[in-house]
Structures are given as C-alpha cells and as structure tokens.
Write a protein that binds this ligand. Structure first.
Ligand SMILES: *[C@@H]1O[C@H](CO)[C@@H](O)[C@H](O)[C@H]1NC(C)=O
Ligand SMILES: *[C@@H]1O[C@H](CO)[C@@H](O)[C@H](O)[C@H]1NC(C)=O
Ligand SMILES: *[C@@H]1O[C@H](CO)[C@@H](O)[C@H](O)[C@H]1NC(C)=O
Ligand SMILES: *[C@@H]1O[C@H](CO)[C@@H](O)[C@H](O)[C@H]1NC(C)=O
Length: 450
C-alpha cells in the first residue's frame, strides 16, 4: 500500500507523445532491408553480414520482430553469442544518481563527476512494447554533461517508475510484445549512445514472476552481444509483501546490479499507515509491528537469498519528508523518532517528497536536528507547530556508506539528484572513505535466520 500511495505525488505529464514510429513505413523499410541483405549475403557468400548487422535497424530506429526473418536472425544471433559474464570486481563501488525528467533543477559537471552512474528517469513503456520518450531537453542536458570529454560516468536510462508500470506485465507476458520491447531498448541505447538501461518496475506480482525473470535473461543476452550494455533493475523492500514477483536467484545472474528500494517505510500516507512518524530509510530498528522494516533486514534477505551482496545498492533519499499534527513519541521516552500522528479523516497530513531547497525556502533549518542512534537517522520535531521533518544528513549518509563497505554491498543509489539543495551539499557527503576499492568488509549476514 506504500507503493500505491507514491504515484499520487509523482508529477505526471498530461499526454503521451505520439508514437514515434509508423509501423507501415517501418515494415516496408524492413522488407527492403531484409530483401537486400538476402541478395548481399548470397553475393558475398559468407553469411558474415549477419554478425555485423544482426538487427537491421532502420532510420526510424525500430524493426518489428514479428516477421519470420527478423526472429530467425534474432535466434541465430542469440545462440552464437552467449551472454558475457562479468567478473565481480572489488574496486567497483557504485554511486548512482537518478535525475528526474520533469525537474528543472540545474545539472552540473560537478554533480555528475561525483557519480559512477547517472540515470535519466523515466522513459515510458507502451502497451505494445514500444518506448515513449518525453522530456527530451532534460535528457539532452544530462547527456551532454555525462558525455563531456574525459567523463567516466556511465549514462543510463530508466523505464517505468512509480505510477507508470502498468504495461510491464502485459508486455513481458506476450512473446511478440516482449521482443518488440527488447528491440526498442536496444535501438534506444544505440541511437542515443547510452551505456545501459534500468528497469524500474514497482512491483511485479507472483503471476509475472516467471515472465519477468525470462524477460531479463533475454534482454541481457541481447545487451551483452554487441556491447557490454549495463542492465539494472529495482527491487522492493522486504517484509511488506511486495517481493513475490522476483526470482532472485535467476535474476541476479542476468543483471549487472540491483537497486533496493529500501525506503518509504514511514510516510504521511492517506491511511492508518501514516501513523506513526518514522525515518524514510532507517538502517536498523523500527516501531511496533514494523521491527523488520529497515535497510539491514531487506539487504540481508536479498544477500542471503542470492549470496551476491555486491550486486545490491541501497538508497539514499535526497528529499525531506514532513508530517503535520504530530504528538508525543509512541514509546515515550525511548524512541523520539517514532511519534504519534493525529489522523484527519483517517489520513495523515504532510508532504511526502519535499526537495531540500524547498525545505530551506520554507524556513526549516536542516543543520539543526535530532539524531536517532539506533536507526541512524535525523529528524526535527517542533512541539509548537506539531511538525515533524525527517531527512538524511552527513552523519546518516556516512553510516550508510559504512554499512555498504562493511557488508560488502555494491553501493548506493540517490533518489533523486534534483532534490538536493542549491549548492549540492548532500551530494558532497556521498564519498566512500576508503574510495571505490573498498576492502573494509568486516561482517557477514547471519543467513541462518532466513
Ligand atoms: C581530457 O584529458 C586530456 C588528457 O589528460 C587533457 O589534455 C584535456 O584537457 C582534458 N579535457 C578536459 C575537457 O578536461
Ligand atoms: C495519539 O494521539 C491521539 C490524539 O491526540 C490520542 O487520542 C492517542 O491516545 C495517542 N496515542 C498514543 C499511542 O499516544
Ligand atoms: C541552523 O542551525 C545551525 C546549527 O544549530 C546554526 O548554527 C545556524 O545558525 C542555524 N541557521 C539559521 C539560519 O538559523
Ligand atoms: C517552532 O516553530 C515556531 C513557529 O515557526 C518557531 O517560532 C520556533 O522557533 C520553532 N521551534 C523550534 C524549537 O525550532
């Protein structure tokens, strides 16, 4: 139910663009290309051409996979080049930043240079497996900075997102749509010279489990054939009942990394779950009935399930979260951070995603806060205004980075870059203290518990 709430607050454009490609023109072009290639390959009599151009990508950038020629090429290509398995590298801690396509915050070289991966969010998936690309100006602004000379950041795009995931299920469960989707992704990567793709599907159901895993396997095979394109996905927090659509043991072999959505355990939701207050993304602990709702529990379950902790990244939320009508701690005086919220008509009142610069504009001083040692989180409570604000600070971020290093996780992902304050103060604190080649691993998860 937490996830359902979120799409309400994400901005949503009024209209999809027109589909970019006209099928008829493309089919004609494809027929021509396929015909000519037939003659060519006979003339050259090697068949080598198939390797050079396995997908006859037209100017329009998209070829339907339904034609028998195209799918036989696809199959023969698939079999000839098994996916590349990249070795796990201990010098590859990640700092991943998502940029919202709809924000108008400034994107700077200074920001992007602090990331290992910059991800444009989002490109949308249509019901028939093609992609809809909006906010192109913002995309180009990020692209230009990510691709400046000597830049080492990997530039990726993300598909789906909160409130825009309804087409994943019908597409991955239909062979033809699935293939069209895979081709659309491949074409998009080639056309815009990107480094990889991120699938942000919140959340597949049990009925999608097999199809989603199969889709990722097939997508990865294609992505790793021509170039080593990166494939990443998002997975939900554990213990809340969203994780049933993921065959983790299979998936972990077919993606480069996995961003754990270990947040939104507490929020001013429009339901009883809006009470009590609590940290957005606590490392440890929880309030009554939510003892397992934290980063540690979620990361432990995924790591134990797959034994591949270094594939997983935990989240650093860059926004602040506000509750109104907040009273005493629910477990006075021990847990100041979990406080009783008076619901109005059964709903909590507040602001779920408040960019830090808005918080500052509204007069909240984010340098003056209380710190909860157990959960490693910061909050402000004002008993006069009955307001409660929670957000990350240098100390809580240091605790998260330390956790990543100690548990040998892969890194962190920032949701989202556009929500920092004007001078990127929070981003400046996201630095691994022993660099990207961390060897600090000091603890093991106790997997006997799961
Ligand atoms: C890129 O690196 C080269 C070699 O170190 C250097 O000469 C050049 O000035 C750099 N370009 C930019 C834009 O920093
Ligand atoms: C929470 O606040 C409401 C309204 O002030 C009050 O009726 C209720 O007893 C409080 N609950 C707890 C657990 O303190
Ligand atoms: C914000 O809080 C910090 C730390 O308590 C303090 O030093 C600073 O003066 C405060 N800023 C404002 C504008 O009140
Ligand atoms: C609480 O908010 C009131 C009204 O904005 C303000 O005057 C007061 O200084 C705040 N108290 C604290 C402890 O920040």
């Amino acid at each position: 139910m937490v996830a359902e709430r979120q799409h309400l607050v994400f901005s949503r454009d009024q209209q999809y663009c027109k589909t970019r490609f006209k099928e008829k023109d493309v089919s004609l072009a494809v027929l021509t290309v396929v015909f000519c290639s037939g003659i060519l390959s006979i003339l050259i009599a090697t068949g080598f051409w198939v390797f050079i151009n396995p997908f006859p990508i037209t100017k329009a950038g998209y070829t339907p996979l339904s034609s028998p020629d195209a799918s036989s090429i696809y199959n023969s290509f698939k079999n000839k080049f098994p996916p590349i398995k990249t070795e796990e590298n201990t010098c590859s801690k990640r700092i991943i930043g998502y940029y919202s396509g709809t924000s108008d915050s400034e994107i700077t070289i200074n920001q992007v240079s602090k990331l290992t991966h910059a991800i444009f969010a989002f490109v949308q998936l249509t019901f028939d497996g093609t992609l809809v690309f909006r906010n192109k100006n913002r995309f180009m602004a990020l692209r230009n900075i990510a691709k400046t000379e000597n830049s080492t950041v990997k530039f990726m795009f993300s598909i789906g997102g909160p409130g825009h995931s309804q087409n994943f299920s019908p597409v991955v469960r239909n062979q033809e749509k699935k293939r069209r989707f895979i081709k659309s992704i491949f074409s998009f990567l080639e056309e815009h010279k990107l480094d990889g793709v991120d699938i942000f599907w919140k959340w597949p159901h049990l009925a999608d489990k097999h199809a989603y895993s199969q889709f990722l396997l097939e997508l990865n095979e294609i992505l790793k054939t021509r170039k080593d394109y990166i494939l990443s996905i998002l997975v939900p927090p554990q213990g809340i009942g969203f994780a049933s659509g993921f065959k983790m043991n299979e998936i972990v072999e077919n993606v480069d990394f996995i961003n754990i959505f270990a947040m939104d355990y507490y929020g001013p939701w429009a339901s009883g779950w809006g009470n009590p207050t609590g940290p957005i993304s606590p490392i440890y602990g929880g309030s009554e009935r939510r003892e397992q709702w934290n980063v540690d529990n979620t990361a432990a379950i995924y790591s134990c399930e797959t034994m591949r902790s270094s594939k997983f990244n935990i989240v650093i939320p860059f926004f602040a979260r506000l509750w109104n009508n907040v009273g005493k701690p629910i477990d006075f005086p021990g847990k100041e951070v979990y406080r009783n919220v008076t619901l109005i008509d059964g709903k909590a009142v507040g602001e779920v995603y408040m960019p830090r610069r808005s918080a500052l504009q509204k007069g909240y001083n984010l340098s003056s806060y209380n710190y909860d040692d157990l959960s490693e989180t910061a909050f402000i409570y004002n008993s006069t205004t009955k307001e409660y604000l929670t957000f990350e600070v240098k100390r809580s971020i240091a605790a998260k980075l330390d956790y990543v290093q100690n548990m040998n996780l892969g890194g962190v992902w920032i949701w989202q870059m556009d929500m920092d304050d004007e001078s990127d103060k929070l981003l400046d604190t996201v630095v691994f203290d022993d660099g990207f080649c961390s060897t600090k691993k000091s603890k093991e998860y106790d997997c006997s518990m799961f």
